[in-house]
Design a protein around this ligand. Structure first.
Ligand code: PRP
Length: 217
């Protein structure tokens, strides 16, 4: 059981899933991390010489960093916009590039652009969706889902979805199309505000190594 993590190490909240491997790869390439780390085990805390890694759901990364359990973390703009944490965001890691989109069935496209007064939207991103449609003056009923969002318009749970699109494969294979782009998203390094001061030399070293690597890439 790990209750208290060794404090001489930097604790990193790492997103499981699509960003995991890209994050480890960039940490290896810029010389921050010398060990190989794999998410295959069920372990949620992995320790290396210099780091404690916490393997958490992408959407939970900001909470671990904001509340200081982790000193740093990696989170996409999608998650940061949705959770709006009080953290520093010093480096755009330029990984995990995707676009936050409104998507739906081709036959519903016309309806979307004919000034609807209200829409039913399924999404993992209720806050982003509310703000986007709020600015357009469209009233939305948000149905919050936690995965397989593309299913919702296929079975009539909602009119459209707000979700991230990376390769477009999930939309294509389910006969859906992009209706409107909301904004692009890439992953950011995020840093706890207190750690930024108390562990400044270690954190500055990480930031510099990442920046140097990203400049020469
Ligand atoms: C994300 C997103 C889309 C899909 C887009 O889901 O919610 O469903 O990836 O990727 P693509 O454009 O490359 O097909 P994720 O894989 O995180 O799984 P989830 O359904 O469990 O949320």
């Amino acid at each position: 059981m790990v209750r208290k993590l060794p404090e001489n190490r930097i604790t990193v909240a790492l997103p499981k899933g699509r960003l995991f491997e890209q994050t480890i790869s960039i940490f290896n390439k810029c010389g921050i991390l010398s060990e190989e780390i794999s998410p295959e085990s069920r372990k949620l805390v992995l320790q290396t010489e210099n780091f404690n890694f916490l393997l958490v759901r992408a959407k939970d990364v900001p909470a671990y960093v904001e509340y200081g359990v982790a000193d740093i973390g990696v989170a996409g703009d999608d998650v940061l916009l949705e959770t709006d944490p009080d953290v520093y965001r010093p480096v755009d890691l330029k990984i995990g590039a995707c676009t936050i989109m409104v998507a739906g069935l081709p036959e519903d496209r016309e309806r979307y652009f004919s000034n609807p007064t209200s829409l039913k939207i399924s999404t993992k991103y209720p806050r982003i969706a509310k703000e986007f449609f709020g600015q357009k003056g469209i009233k939305v009923q948000i149905i919050e889902l936690y995965g397989s969002i593309e299913l919702a318009p296929l079975v009539g749970l909602s009119d459209f979805i707000v979700d991230i699109v990376e390769t477009g494969r999930t939309l294509r294979e389910n006969g859906l199309i992009v209706i409107e782009e909301i904004r692009p998203s890439t992953a950011k390094l995020i840093v706890n505000r207190a750690s930024y001061k108390t562990k400044s030399s270690k954190i500055m070293d990480i930031i510099e190594k990442l920046e140097n690597y990203l400049e020469t890439r």
